[in-house]
Each structure stands twice: as C-alpha cells, then as structure tokens.
Design a protein around this ligand. Structure first.
Ligand SMILES: [Zn+2]
Length: 300
C-alpha cells in the first residue's frame, strides 16, 4: 500500500514536471519575412535559373508540391496563406474585395482572422507590414491589423521599386512579420505563357530581387533572428490559371532561418493554409477553431 502511494506521488510529480509552461514560451524567431512570388509554378522549378532560392532551400526546408486552394487564382490563395482556412470557411473564392459568400467567422473588421490579427491581439505594438505590387493583396491581410501597408507600382514600370521599398521598411522598422508580394512572374505567364522564354528569363531577375530583400535583413541587423519564407499562390497553364491542372495547382514553398531544419525536404502534404499555421507556430499564436491549417514539421 505504502509503496503504491509512493509510486502514485512519483507519477504525479513527473506529470507536473512535464507540463509545458503556459504563455511564456520563447518564440522560435523574432522576425518572419515572407516573400510571395505571384504565379511561380513548380513546373518552372527544375529548369528555372534561381540560384539564390536553390541555395537557401539547402539551408532550410522546402516542398515543391504545395497545393493551391480552389480556384487556382490569386485572391483565395494569398488569403488562405494568411487566414489559415479553406475557401469554404473564408468565403474568399475570387479576387474581389469582399468575400463571395459570408465567412463562417469574422473579426471586428469583418474579415477571417489572419496571423496579422492574431499577432495584433497578443502584441498590439508589434510592427507588422505588407508591401505589394498587386494592390488587392492588401484585402486579404486584414490591413486594419498591420502597422504598415504599401502598394508599389507594377513590375513592368519599376521592377526594382519592390526591393527598394521592402528594404527600406525592413531596415527602418525591423518588422516582426512582413509579407512582400512580387508580381513579375504572373505578368510573364499571362503575357507570354507558361513555359515561354520570357517567363524563364524573368526567373533569375526575381531570384535576384529576393536576394536583395534578404540582404536588407542583414543590413538591419536582424538576419540571425529571422525566419524567411518564399511562397507562391498558383502556377499557370497556357496563358492563364484558375483550373485544376498540375501546372496550375502546384507551387514551391521554401523556409529557412533561425530554428528551421536544414537540408530538409518536407514530405508531408501541404496546402496554402498550412503556411498560416506555420507562421502562427513561430510566435506560439493561439489559432482559432476555424483554422484548418497544420504547422509544417520544419523546426529543429
Ligand atoms: Zn496570382
């Protein structure tokens, strides 16, 4: 009997000792910089001349088979990457400013809660920002919850403006979460077609813009405390997208930086809304029940 009690006490002590501390877990990184490449399809990856991105894959984790939500157009897919839900919950099935049908859950801003919203709730002073070449991108971030938002002129007129504005913001504000949207590849896909020489020629230029934005984090002195993500909303088939072909629905996802597994190919299935859950995990943000995204197993 006495021995039994001792065993019980020991078990209770062990259970207590194993409980994770609540509310004071250290974040995996202090900053997340996400660079979204509109229209970067996996079909272009193997032959694509993107030396910087390919180097960073080896320094981090990646999959080439992240799946779009339907339809394979920009709005629903950028939205899912930020709000953690499939379109059946968010109601965002198009590129319009308002959801196509009523979202199942809405914040006080009448939007599906994004990771920007979750961050604003727990850390109201955290610096967060969106810099984008497609102005409507802002609709999906719930920008009432971000500290900074900036629409940059399109890539055809000022291809370097996105780099300059993003670098300036990163160096001046050292954001906790920053989402940058680069539109050039999507323009090439629509103008010249999937597989065109023009699209392929744009890849190294976009790769270099990504490199320069990442360099700005070094100049800001935050590189070692940052996790970087490169993602995409959809690919192309012919001169467009929106359908269900592999060329349209498969996009790459690359993540590297503080606390991220190195030289690790993600083999678990990944859908756009899993990116939101992965970002939330970095900061231990409690995700709402409406979220369906699962954090990817990419942390050391
Ligand atoms: Zn797009």
């Amino acid at each position: 009997m006495r021995k039994g009690l001792l065993v019980l006490f020991a078990a209770l002590l062990a259970a207590g000792a194993c409980q994770a501390p609540k509310g004071n877990e250290k974040d995996i990184a202090d900053h997340v910089i996400i660079i979204g490449l509109d229209g970067w399809g996996t079909w272009s990856f193997e032959k694509g001349d993107t030396p910087f991105i390919k180097e960073k894959m080896k320094e981090g984790s990646w999959t080439l088979y992240k799946r779009t939500v339907r339809p394979s157009i920009s709005g629903p897919n950028w939205a899912a990457m930020m709000n953690g839900t499939p379109v059946e919950i968010s109601g965002i099935t198009g590129n319009e400013k308002e959801p196509t049908f009523k979202p199942l859950v809405q914040t006080e801003h009448k939007a599906q809660p994004t990771f920007f919203h979750l961050m604003r709730q727990v850390r109201p002073d955290a610096e967060t920002g969106v810099v984008c070449e497609w102005g409507d991108f802002q609709n999906y971030a719930d920008t009432l919850c971000v500290s900074y938002k900036k629409k940059i002129d399109g890539p055809s007129e000022h291809p370097d403006a996105i780099v300059e504005e993003s670098a300036k913001y990163i160096k001046e504000k050292k954001p906790v979460i920053c989402f940058i949207h680069i539109d050039a590849l999507d323009h090439m896909g629509h103008s010249y077609g999937q597989g065109s020489a023009e699209y392929m020629a744009e890849l190294p230029k976009v790769d270099d813009r990504v490199r320069r934005i990442v360099e700005s984090a070094k100049e800001a002195g935050i590189y070692d405390d940052t996790i970087f993500i490169i993602s995409s909303d959809h690919g192309h088939e012919g001169y467009g997208h929106g359908g269900d072909t592999t060329n349209e629905i498969e996009t790459p996802f690359v993540i590297w930086g503080k606390g991220v597994k190195k030289n690790h190919e993600i083999t678990e299935p990944m859908v756009q809304y899993d990116m939101a859950a992965t970002v939330a995990k970095i900061f231990h943000l409690k995700t709402p029940n409406s979220w369906r995204g699962v954090p990817m197993d990419v942390f050391e």
